[in-house]
Ligand binder design. Structure first.
Ligand code: ADP
Ligand code: MG
Ligand code: ZN
Length: 614
């Protein structure tokens, strides 16, 4: 079969090498022999004998080695090969005075065989192995290591990760603890006849700790951990992936109890009927089929548990999700406030924190961040502390690190002209002031006009007072208004506009559309689903599912939401033009204003009094 050949390429290569070695040794032996000896016919031998040119003969079963006399003119030993049943031979030998001697030691057929064949062949094979090993290492998992040996590379006997290293994923941990228990005390389950799930699928956005959790399960259960990424299975040769799956499961069953972890399983588990160009991918399909049949094939009482992770569960083939395969789903979602705090705690174990550090504050400021982001922030803060010559991390380092991860590093060498700086300052204060004066928007945490590497020339950071799980229509409207208030401030102050609002516009429009199509917040479309979110855990981009006419209506509805919000922002800012100028001038001077400094100024204004009285 075509597949098999590729899968066993290594074995084939080795076989070729061994065959070559044997042929070479045979030829060499033959050459050496013919250099040292010459074969003659029996008659020639008798001739030599009668000419008395022979001093000695060594007779063995099937050959006679003839050693000529020194003065005979014949240099080498002569060999006659063949059966010797000439009864007169003995007499002839006697007559010619040739001695019959015993074959010398190394004519023992066994030793001969050893010396001339076995040892050289063995030696060459050992050298071959060594060379193969070198090539193998050089190419990594390349040409030479097709098939068999590959899964071995991924077997780690101890991951060293425990559940303690995974923070803020309590529900996920709880469902996995059961699996650990199963691996620990299989008897308990088998006795009662319970069948444990063969596999669990970890689902969630990137960086939430899926890979980490899988490792923790293996670490807690203290069993071997075979891990492979889905993309490793998909090779350039058809059939390679399937053969890897086979090898992986074969090894896993030998090492049971153990855990097989397939990371990014969507690479092979994509639904078979949504194939790419040309109606599907043969290689991936074969690999998936192999995986399905392996999962069905083994007995779960062996203690092999299959974990897989993906951030695109919706594209997975339904066959993977049916009972008896990945029948259990473990959601690993973005951590909430408490979760973020505990993740920060876990990652700050290895670093020195000053006593002023309040991780809770940082957790509050990082809504939406995943574990990987938070780990990154702690490290960034440590780097900042080192940079400023401190030996411990202070709160300011952490705050700066949050901004670095969100908006990029401060870009001090980007010099804005005074005019640009004024424009950015008014824009940002526009956001901040509108946020402060609207009822349903989040408090301002920080306003800055220090440019960042990730494109922002300045930004206003708002922080919710507490973690929000539900957002009301009013809050969404105010959010849009605040987003559009940057540009509105430019209009109110300079009566001209700049390109600086592009990101605001994009976000405002997206929110407006979501209000209409997903959250059913408009009268016109009532509670009709006009869009559905396809991959919830990645970008969450919605896909429209309505007619073209409706799409046009949605556009005009979104436009009217945007227009309303824009007018509202402009009204607030032109009503409070004085306050806008005052704060903007301070910001231009200081470049950064913290939330409380900003609110002190706002709270003196009449607009604030109106808001609080209302
Ligand atoms: P995923 O596989 O979901 O994309 P990973 O497990 O690879 O994410 O996480 C990347 C890194 O982020 C981990 O090595 C760990 O340092 C950190 N991390 C992510 N989630 C958590 C968590 N819940 N607790 C602690 N650390 C986490
Ligand atoms: Mg991962
Ligand atoms: Zn803006």
């Amino acid at each position: 079969m075509f597949n098999k050949n590729f899968g066993d390429k290594k074995i084939k290569l080795a076989a070729f090498y061994s065959l070559g070695v044997i042929v070479v040794v045979l030829i060499l032996n033959y050459l050496i022999l013919s250099m040292r000896t010459e074969q003659i016919t029996y008659n020639k031998f008798l001739d030599l004998l009668s000419q008395k040119k022979i001093s000695e003969v060594q007779v063995t079963q099937d050959k006679i080695t003839i050693i000529p006399k020194d003065n005979s003119g014949i240099g080498k030993k002569i060999l006659y090969t063949g059966r010797i049943d000439d009864l007169d031979l003995k007499n002839e030998l006697k007559a010619s005075g040739a001695d019959i001697t015993a074959p010398s030691g190394n004519d023992d057929p066994l030793i001969n065989l050893l010396l001339s064949y076995v040892i050289p062949i063995a030696l060459l094979l050992v050298i071959g192995r060594f060379l193969f090993g070198r090539i193998d290492k050089k190419l990594g998992s390349g040409v030479m290591s097709f098939g068999k040996n590959n899964a071995k590379l991924y077997a780690e006997s101890e991951t060293g990760v425990t559940f303690e290293d995974v923070a803020g994923q309590d529900e996920a941990k709880e469902s996995l603890i059961e699996i650990v228990d199963f691996l620990h005390n299989q008897d308990k389950y088998i006795k009662i006849g319970a069948k444990l799930p063969k596999g669990a699928l970890l689902v969630g956005p990137p960086g939430t700790g899926k890979t980490l959790l899988a490792k923790a399960v293996a670490g807690e259960a203290k069993v071997p951990f075979f891990s492979m990424s889905g993309s490793n299975f998909v090779e350039m040769f058809v059939g390679m992936g399937a053969s890897r799956v086979r090898d992986l499961f074969q090894q896993a069953q030998e090492k049971a109890p153990c855990i097989v972890f397939i990371d990014e399983i969507d690479a092979i588990g994509k639904s078979r009927d949504t194939g790419g160009i040309g109606g599907g991918n043969d290689e991936r399909e074969q690999t998936l089929n192999q995986l399905l049949s392996e999962m069905d094939g083994f007995d779960s009482s062996l203690g092999v548990v299959i974990l897989a992770a993906t951030n695109r569960p919706e594209v997975l083939d339904k066959a993977l999700l049916r009972p008896g395969r990945f029948d259990r789903r473990v959601i690993v979602d973005r951590p909430d406030l408490k979760g973020r705090e505990s993740i920060l705690k876990v990652h700050s174990k290895g670093v020195k924190l000053a006593s002023d550090v309040k991780l809770e504050e940082i957790a509050k400021a990082t809504s939406g961040a995943v574990g990987a982001d938070l780990a990154n922030m702690i490290n960034e803060a440590a780097l900042l502390a080192v940079k400023s010559g401190r030996d411990e991390i202070i709160q300011a380092d952490l705050e700066e690190a949050v901004e670095v991860v969100i908006a990029g590093k401060e870009k001090k060498d980007r010099i804005l002209s005074d005019k640009e700086k004024r424009s950015v300052a008014f824009h940002e204060v526009g956001h901040a002031l509108t946020a402060a004066l609207l009822k349903h928007s989040d408090p301002v945490h920080k306003i800055t006009i220090v440019p960042r590497t990730m494109g922002a020339l300045g930004y206003t950071m708002q922080l919710p007072e507490e973690e929000k799980y539900l957002v009301t229509k009013e809050e969404m409207m105010d959010e849009i208004t605040v987003l559009l208030a940057g540009r509105s401030a430019e209009e109110v102050q300079f009566n001209s506009v700049s390109t600086g609002a592009s990101n605001d516009i994009e976000r405002a429009t997206k929110t407006a559309r979501n209000m209409i199509t997903i959250y059913g917040m408009t009268e016109k479309f009532d509670m009709m689903a006009l869009e559905s979110v396809e991959n919830r855990y990645l970008d969450g981009r919605p896909v429209q599912n309505c007619s073209a006419e409706t799409a046009t209506l949605i556009d005009s509805e979104a436009l009217s939401i945007i227009k309303t919000a824009h007018e509202k922002a402009k009204k607030i800012l032109s009503d409070n033009k004085e306050l806008l100028r005052k704060v903007a001038e301070i910001l231009i001077e200081k470049e950064t204003l913290m939330g409380d400094e900003f609110m002190e100024i706002v709270k003196e204004s009449s607009a604030w009094k109106e808001k609080t009285e209302a």
